[in-house]
Write a protein that binds this ligand. Structure first.
Ligand code: C5P
Length: 295
């Protein structure tokens, strides 16, 4: 192992997200297809004083105390392994918070992977996934490479079969986020309060199966997110821009997770400058944008 070493923590996009109902434990069941992208945070890890874990971050708005999932991941790793070592983490933060891009979850999994490596692979993949699930619903997906399906509250992750994954991998995508974020717990609470916001699990599975089995169905036909209803009802700038993008560029914009980040697959001859200008004129100069690809 090189000390210190860097680990890439990618952002994710929910291409398909069906929240199917509320569970007895207060969480929600979902059926989702998630892809990671070739852009994200970088976590640097150096061996540290035994028993001590420290975190620094280049973004001053990110908490670097025990609230940060990176340090929670370190505690969980020590709890599961009894490892006596320590580490100093340094996080280069690019993924915005409150975006639905899985930034904090991806950082946590990067920390778990790093500690597992430093400590001499103490945990097998199954145990890492178990720990990841205790840290957050969106954590386990980051242990896989490439597009996955996700079920339960997020802990049942399967790699998407190759004929379907090939329709997603490498597709160019523009991610754009308004100046405000959306808190995930708020979005789920709104869904509880809004009648008809869930999609029945059978309908969700049927929709997903139909796309997987239609060998020539492009990524655009998979796109679905029933969390958009509650987000769009409050943040009207989102559907307003979506309508403009559809009208002007014949593209299919979608929100990722509970938002507020959105994305659009880019055609090969994408009129990028015009598209970015439209997004900026609708949401202002503080709009975050990144041009990347699904991995
Ligand atoms: O698991 P995570 O910490 O990401 O969840 C944040 C909040 O989002 C939970 O406290 C819960 O209110 C909601 N949530 C949910 N069902 C899920 C995932 C998250 O209700 N499957």
């Amino acid at each position: 192992m090189v000390n210190p070493f860097s680990i890439f923590a990618p952002a994710k996009l929910n291409l398909f997200l069906a929240i199917t109902g509320r569970r007895a434990d207060g969480f929600h069941d979902l059926v989702s297809v998630v892809a990671t992208v070739g852009w994200g945070d970088t976590l640097r890890v150096a061996a540290g004083v035994p028993g001590e874990f420290h975190l620094a971050c280049d973004d001053p708005s990110v908490p670097v105390d025990e609230r940060n999932l990176v340090l929670k991941a370190a505690r969980a790793f020590v709890g599961a392994t009894g490892w006596q070592g320590g580490a100093t983490f340094s996080l280069e933060k690019r993924i915005p918070m409150g975006a639905g891009l899985g930034g904090g979850s991806s950082d946590a999994v990067a920390a778990l992977r790093a500690l597992n490596e430093i400590s001499g692979e103490r945990l097998p993949a199954g145990k890492l996934a178990e720990i990841a699930a205790t840290l957050g619903s969106d954590c386990p997906l980051f242990l896989s490479d490439g597009p996955v399906t996700m079920r339960g509250r997020g802990e049942r992750v399967e790699v998407l079969a190759a004929p379907a994954a090939v329709r997603l991998r490498g597709r160019r995508v523009l991610i754009f986020k308004p100046g405000f974020g959306i808190a995930t717990p708020w979005a789920y609470r709104q869904m509880v309060a809004m009648p008809g916001s869930y999609l029945a699990v059978d309908a969700a599975e049927e929709r997903l199966r139909a796309w997987i089995e239609a060998a020539d169905a492009p990524a655009e036909e998979l796109l679905f997110n029933n969390m958009e209803g509650v987000a769009f009802a409050k943040f009207v700038a989102l559907p307003t821009l979506f309508e403009q993008l559809r009208d002007r560029f014949a593209v299919a914009p979608r929100m990722s997770g509970s938002g507020s980040a959105c994305f659009v697959f880019l055609p090969s001859e994408a009129p990028m400058a015009a598209m970015q200008q439209l997004i900026r004129s609708a949401w202002g100069d503080g709009t975050f944008m990144i041009d990347t690809r699904m991995t």
